[in-house]
Design a protein. Structure first.
Length: 213
């Protein structure tokens, strides 16, 4: 059967469009993967507004790992921040923060356990999605959603607020020095993403030790 060149070109174009439509988006993969954060390439900043000035400070990351299954939205892992590393550049203010507010001597870690992700995840071109999980602060668990921004070059950032007074921590305000009842947290990090082919890892509670089977 003879097919005219014009018809052949039209068929070829249709096939090409169908293949492009069926191809997965660049950087997409339904296979589970693990995002690892390194303390050396992660910056944790906090900001607290007050009547006198804006207080800026930092915390140090101890470790960070998030396992994501794009097909189901399930997430697991643990992000650990060293509570005792918190500082603002003012020694007296920092002593008060550690001694009577976050009480880092009794609660040495601040953690976040992701449980679910929502939205488009593109590790190559970058994307925005949300992570739901449990924020552990001062001995108590609280639900918290983070908006995550992935940028090309394996860069990650998020901004969220912690309503620490509503969560039971002491308010740092005095008679003449008033502060907000929530603190803003900004995290910027370089990450490493690796494919995860094994079943979801067990999530350990603080103090638990994994033993080989």
């Amino acid at each position: 059967m003879h097919i005219k060149p014009k018809v052949l070109r039209s068929l070829s174009a249709s096939v090409a469009l169908a293949l492009l439509a069926a191809a997965p988006a660049r950087g997409q993969n339904n296979a589970p993967f693990t995002v690892t954060l390194s303390p050396a390439t992660t910056a944790v900043h906090w900001t607290l507004n007050s009547t006198l000035h804006i207080v800026h400070g930092t915390f140090k990351l101890e470790s960070g790992e998030i396992r994501i299954d794009p097909a189901t939205g399930d997430a697991a892992g643990l992000i650990v921040i060293d509570a005792a590393s918190g500082e603002s550049g003012d020694s007296a203010r920092d002593r008060r923060m550690h001694g009577s507010i976050i009480e880092s001597g009794s609660f040495p870690q601040i953690t976040y356990r992701p449980t679910h992700v929502s939205g488009h995840i593109d590790l190559t071109a970058g994307s925005d999605f949300t992570v739901d999980g449990t924020f552990h602060l001062h001995g108590s668990d609280h639900p918290l959603q983070m908006a995550i921004h992935l940028a090309p070059g394996a860069k990650l950032s998020t901004h969220f607020a912690v309503p620490f007074v509503a969560w039971g921590l002491k308010e740092p305000s005095t008679f003449v020095f008033r502060t907000d009842k929530k603190v803003a947290i900004d995290i910027d990090a370089a990450y490493v993403a690796t494919p995860e082919h094994s079943p979801a890892k067990a999530i350990l509670k603080p103090g638990e030790v994994h033993t080989a089977q």
